[in-house]
Design a protein around this ligand. Structure first.
Ligand SMILES: Nc1nc2c(ncn2[C@@H]2O[C@H](COP(=O)(O)OP(=O)(O)OP(=O)(O)O)[C@@H](O)[C@H]2O)c(=O)[nH]1
Ligand SMILES: [Mg+2]
Length: 313
């Protein structure tokens, strides 16, 4: 275990990949690994990148990696795609586009496909983030497709959330409905080489004025042309400003506390759920249920008995 932890902390990409696979596959001993990693986490800047399919998220990420590597920063990338369980088209495209970084020790790129539904994917992604964090990557980028509830869950993992939009009609209103406006910290208008940028900027600004007029952080709207590698610097600087804002105002700690609290709740809930399932098989539980069916005791009484758990048994 010690050697293994040393290898992860040293950024051994093979070990990192193997460990993430273990998380994805729900290895029975994964809790042990996660607990061992935990004291070494909390140093990376976690950046979420979401937006409609084809908005240019992967192109932006590839260009940002180049910029960050030049600045001497190490980068981990998790591309989360629920529609591509193993080797879907989009992810394959990402792989091809990002091969230039494959031999770079300071870059780790991984696709997260859906196994066991969205809840499982969100959990596996948060566990993968923890592995990369412990491995010492300075920046961890999390890409998700779309703007539904599931993406919102994943975006809650990030310290800084970027929403990528294109100058095409209808996009913003849809996004607003999905509630992502509330958690987006930065707006990127990508494909700024296409017409309609000024109109989109105004639309975003109008929505922001409605929802965030007195918030301490005013989300900046950045224009990029990812394909032409234009505007990446502005995006990175805005992300840095947001991170500094979080740190200076105690908001980073607050965010992380909320995240930990949710994680603990989820763990407790999952354990309870397992216990409830086991309980259904228990003959004594079924006896109590029968008593309630016969109206000799109330359902409330049964619930009270079984909440006491051990004492009752
Ligand atoms: N015109 C123009 N095209 C761009 C720009 N950035 C990216 N693209 C193109 O947009 C297409 C989609 O880019 P991706 O980076 O794959 O988009 P994505 O958001 O990662 O897509 P999914 O992962 O499938 O949701 C590609 O053909 C890119 O070359 C840009 O600034 N301008
Ligand atoms: Mg992509």
């Amino acid at each position: 275990m010690e050697t293994w932890l040393t290898q992860i902390k040293a950024g051994n990409k093979r070990q990192i990949a193997r460990l993430i696979s273990r998380m994805e596959n729900g290895a029975p001993d994964k809790e042990k690994w996660l607990e061992a990693l935990y004291p070494h986490t909390g140093n990376a800047h976690l950046i979420g990148i979401t937006g409609s399919p084809g908005a240019g998220k992967s192109t932006l990420i590839a260009a940002l990696i180049r910029l960050l590597r030049q600045a001497g920063k190490t980068v981990g990338v998790l591309a989360v795609d629920p529609t591509s369980p193993f080797t879907g088209g989009a992810i394959l495209g990402d792989r091809v586009r990002m091969t230039e970084h494959a031999l770079d020790e300071g870059v780790f790129i991984r696709s997260m496909g859906s196994r066991g539904g969205w809840g499982g994917l969100a959990r596996a992604t948060s566990e993968a983030v923890r592995v990369l964090d412990a491995a010492g990557y300075d920046v961890i980028l999390i890409e998700t497709v779309g703007v539904g509830q599931a993406e919102l869950d994943i975006m809650h993992l990030a310290d800084t959330v970027t929403l990528v939009l294109n100058p095409t009609a209808g996009d913003v209103v849809q996004v607003f409905k999905a509630g992502i406006m509330e958690i987006a910290d930065l707006f990127v208008i990508n494909k700024a080489d296409l017409p309609g940028v000024a109109r989109l900027r105004q639309e975003i600004q109008d929505l922001l004025d409605l929802s965030k007029h007195d918030a301490p952080w005013q989300p900046p709207i950045i224009e990029t042309m990812a394909k032409q590698e234009q505007g990446l610097d502005d995006w990175w600087q805005a992300a840095g400003r947001h991170y500094a804002h979080l740190r200076a105002n105690g908001l980073l700690v607050q965010k992380r506390k909320a995240r930990i609290e949710k994680e603990v709740n989820d763990l407790i809930f999952a354990a309870w759920w397992e216990r409830l399932k086991a309980q259904r098989q228990d003959a004594r539980f079924q006896l109590d249920i029968q008593q309630a069916v016969d109206q000799r005791i109330s359902p409330h009484e049964v619930a009270r008995r079984w909440l006491k758990g051990e004492e009752h048994n």
